[in-house]
Ligand binder design. Sequence first.
Ligand SMILES: [Zn+2]
Length: 399
Amino acid sequence: MSATVVTGIGELVTCAGADGGTPVLGAVIPAGDRLGTVVDAAVVVEGGRVAWVGPGRAAPEADRRVDVGGRAVVPGFVDSHSHLVFAGDRAAEFSARMAGVAYDGGGIGESVAATRAATDAELRGLLRRRVAEMRALGTTTVEVKSGYGLTTTDEERSLRLAREVTEETTFLGAHVVPPESADRTAYLDLVTGPMLTACAPHARWVDVFCEPAAPRAFTEDEARRVLLAGREAGLGLRVHGNQLSSGPGVRLAVELGAASVDHCTYLTDADVAALVSAAGRTVATLLPGVEFSTRSPYPDARRLLDAGVDVALATDCNPGTCNTASMPFVLALAVREMGMTAAEALVAATVGGARGLRRPDIGRVAVGSRADLAVLEAPSHDHLAYRPGMPLARALDLP
Ligand SMILES: [Zn+2]
């Protein structure tokens, strides 16, 4: 097995301090630096894993050398919430919303129709392009949901295609009750029966849009039914909750031990307390690109962090409410609009996402972790929020 040493790293953020992890060899890391920052660092990669991390002057010899010329390196972003399998777009809906039309979760039907009409080759092409866009912006792991098929065949196909680009695939047949279905109970029978059976082999997770305020989304009891059936089929649990109102999603996710509850925009004190009690088990994943794109109030990240909740940041990239694949953009929103520090946002976009996917092998740069590195056209990670909208981050391709 040949090794590559990455040298010339002006600032290496390991995020190891945020999540335990192997101490960095011979590096002086100030106490209380949760980012585990090493100045003038090097990383040795072997067989796709990090084999050594430390100061550049102490770097061992390797078969190959990649010099990043003083740039900053951070863990590749972990985008733990996306809906990349879709065709068509809803730019007109976005423009209408910006002109004052409210979002109620109803426009999904348009994406469902376009997705069903697309060929496998078309969907595969769209999906691969979106994943490539993410990688070009520093994302090295992405979770991908189904949810624009809403028939057994179309959901199975969405997950089969998603599996080609990521291990982190999520069955979201319970995205909404599809437009052609007048009978909610019959649709739930399908989602928890034949559709689940067809989809489970291609999925790691099951998810549900639990939002009584949205007429075609699901109530607490309906969501519980979907999650329990998914668990029975061997899937891990995720929940879309508390996006449009302080509904039951957070409480349900905590009750069932879901890995993540996503959105968390409207929270009661009891919801926050439930999330605190679930720290280490259930992550609150914030998706501020949605609030940006729907012109809605942002989640109160400060309240969650100060209470001790595990927080992740993700894009929710989807055609309706947030059509961006950019984690740096999300990070900038989190810092500018949600009161997170630059360090907190970076941890939430890396370690936080990894926790939300229960993946201790990603989200940080430590011996044994996957060699997923993002290099920045900048001397430090602060530039991600300081220079919003600039193409600063890219996944580092190693030979
Ligand atoms: Zn979503």
